[in-house]
Design a protein around this ligand. Structure first.
Ligand SMILES: *[C@@H]1O[C@H](CO)[C@@H](O)[C@H](O)[C@H]1NC(C)=O
Ligand SMILES: *[C@@H]1O[C@H](CO)[C@@H](O)[C@H](O)[C@H]1NC(C)=O
Ligand SMILES: [Zn+2]
Length: 299
């Protein structure tokens, strides 16, 4: 009887999944090490792969660069099940340190991860065949044996993941890619007035009073009625009488000595920069200053 229980322990298979490069086997007890699984979902530098260490064998799979770490971790579970089905043992315990993979498997709903769905179907089949498979979450990398094997396995993956890439992963990947191309182009626009104020392309909050928001945007891009209406009317550009240069939004806000005392009053500085005044969170006294110098209604 005792021997039987001991033997069933022997046949148990221990798996664990890591969220990044390295992964983990949790020694369940001394006997289990002989049939340990090691799995890893790793993603670094556009490389996505997962590795399974099933002593004495190691196998690894490469996923498309668009796949998320979660997909890689779930793929590792899927391949682990394939290993399990090919073995003679029936009792397995899969230890995972990937809480997200665990949650993806536990929360069955309409928007379930496609690989998690495949895993659950597979599990049903295996259960029907008499397999008993448990999942257990363990904190990552605690008392882990054999990290390197699975880690290098995941990174040297030669086999290619055969299932279709999840649609959501592709959507996120494409969005990120387009965004980075856009950012690269924007990085070259160093002469653009807005570029100095907003070098990174991201979403800034808006001011909920439309008129104010429009004026702020005009100041940021440097196009105001006062400085640019001469183009429409075929007139001469308005010129600063003090400095004898054409007016620009930057000249009015940050340079012209005529407004120095107002700047000190409202901005506590005679030479603030455009980023401080017009950045994501505009200076709280910006509009008071504009009203005080009589520019507000000409923007
Ligand atoms: C000022 O604007 C006029 C157009 O009205 C333009 O011809 C001139 O070059 C501008 N001066 C400077 C210094 O930009
Ligand atoms: C104004 O600037 C000075 C230093 O230039 C600083 O010591 C002072 O705290 C500032 N005051 C306010 C209200 O920000
Ligand atoms: Zn001036």
């Amino acid at each position: 009887m005792v021997l039987g229980i001991l033997r069933s322990f022997l046949y148990q298979c221990i798996c664990s999944i890591a969220t990044s490069g390295s992964c983990a086997i949790k020694p369940y007890n001394q006997l289990t090490l002989q049939s340990g699984f090691r799995k890893d979902g790793s993603k670094s530098d556009g490389y996505v792969g997962c590795g399974i260490f099933f002593p004495p064998d190691t196998c690894s799979y490469r996923l498309h660069a668009s796949c998320s770490v979660l997909t890689a971790e779930l793929a590792a579970v899927f391949y682990a099940l394939q290993k399990i089905v090919a073995s003679h043992q029936r009792l397995y315990c899969i230890y995972t340190d990937s809480m997200s993979a665990f949650e993806a498997l536990c929360h069955t709903d309409k928007r379930m991860h496609p690989v998690a769905e495949d895993i659950l179907c597979y599990m049903h089949e295996l259960q029907a065949q008499g397999f008993k498979i448990l999942f257990c979450w363990v904190p990552s990398h605690v008392g882990i044996v054999g990290n390197e094997q699975a880690d290098s396995a995941a990174k040297a993956a030669s086999n290619v993941w055969q299932s279709p890439n999840p649609c959501n992963d592709l959507k996120i990947f494409t969005t990120r890619h387009i965004h980075s191309l856009w950012q690269e182009l924007w990085d070259l626009e160093i002469r653009n007035k807005l570029h100095f104020i907003k070098p990174r392309i991201n979403i800034w909050s808006i001011i909920h009073i439309r008129v104010t928001d429009v004026k702020l945007t005009r100041l940021r891009i440097g196009h105001t009625r006062f400085t640019h209406k001469h183009l429409l009317f075929g007139e001469r550009a308005p010129e600063c009488r003090t400095c004898h240069i054409n007016f620009t939004a930057a000249h009015i806000l940050t340079e012209c000595p005529t407004f120095n005392s107002h700047r000190v009053t409202y901005f506590n500085s005679s030479s603030p920069n455009m980023k401080e005044l017009l950045g994501e969170f505009p200076h709280p006294h910006l509009f008071d200053f504009l009203k005080a110098i009589g520019f507000y209604h000409s923007i």
